[in-house]
Ligand binder design. Structure first.
Ligand code: ZN
Length: 271
């Protein structure tokens, strides 16, 4: 990361003196106040890493750490699809499901900086085990990883589908399901309809809990949301409290992979 900072400076013809601060988006859980990565499930070996101290020591600049989903939420709220919306929820659907919540114009961090872990809402208390240790979490049903898992389970049980051909012997991924559905594959279409259903169930919970004016959704799976949007919204409307969806808008996030970076910079600017 430090090498990366110096490479960026070199490329842009700047020196450290031109830089006011550094913002870093990292996977949670983090200790926001201590600037520490605690034990991110997707970064094995990173346990209690004092990243803020390490970076400040080498770069000699004020440095700020933010949970990557919160950073993305902030970027969408300040500059993106949720600009100017006081009650705003950002949801990213990719490998897992992440979220960030802005209430009354402020990012909701929670007592231990771990608020808005929306992917770990229990959707089915009898459901499969989740990486977090619980069972039947939203991301076990509606993430891109889950979509691929449902496809593999169907293939293993003998469903005829193009999905396995498209994967060409490699592990089936969510994009194979979307490609198969575009070619008229019936099983793939069923899976994507189910994806919309599970997303809608989770959205209803989000809407009931936070009463947002707008939800922006990002992450790889939303690139194809035309294929499940109607089902997702239908299920959300069927299940959410009616008063909470009257003014609600559900839109695609504006920033792609850059959302976390822009948000991390915003954390530094605004601190
Ligand atoms: Zn979980």
């Amino acid at each position: 990361m430090i090498d990366g900072c110096f490479t960026l400076l070199e490329r842009s013809g700047l020196s450290l003196n031109n830089i006011t601060a550094v913002g870093v988006g990292v996977p949670g859980p983090i200790d926001y106040k201590k600037g520490m990565l605690k034990h991110p499930p997707n970064l094995p070996g990173w346990r209690d890493v004092p990243l803020l101290d390490i970076l400040e020591d080498k770069l000699r600049l004020p440095t700020f750490l933010e949970n990557d989903a919160n950073a993305a939420a902030l970027s969408e709220n300040l500059y993106g699809a949720g600009r100017g919306v006081d009650n705003f929820v950002y949801i990213t659907i990719s490998t897992g499901i992440g979220g960030g919540v802005v209430i009354n114009g402020r990012l909701m961090r929670g007592e231990d900086d771990n608020a808005a872990e929306l992917g770990h809402m229990t959707i089915n208390f009898d459901g499969p085990r989740c990486g977090c240790g619980s069972w039947g979490c939203w991301e076990v049903y509606a993430s891109g990883t889950a979509l691929a898992r449902f496809a593999r389970e169907g293939i293993a049980s003998g469903r005829t589908t193009l999905i396995s051909d498209l994967a060409e012997g490699y592990k089936v991924r969510a994009e194979h399901v979307f490609s198969a559905a575009k070619q008229g594959d019936e099983f793939a279409r069923e899976l994507i309809q189910k994806e919309g259903f599970y997303l809608g169930v989770g959205l209803a919970n989000v809407v009931n809990a936070y009463n947002p004016g707008l939800i922006a959704m990002g992450g790889g799976v939303t690139c194809e949301w035309d294929m499940f949007y109607d089902e997702m919204i239908r299920v959300m409307k069927e299940r959410a409290l009616k008063a909470n969806i009257e003014k609600l808008k559900v839109v695609k996030a504006l920033f792609g992979a850059e959302a976390g970076m822009i948000g991390a910079a915003a954390v530094a600017f605004n601190s």
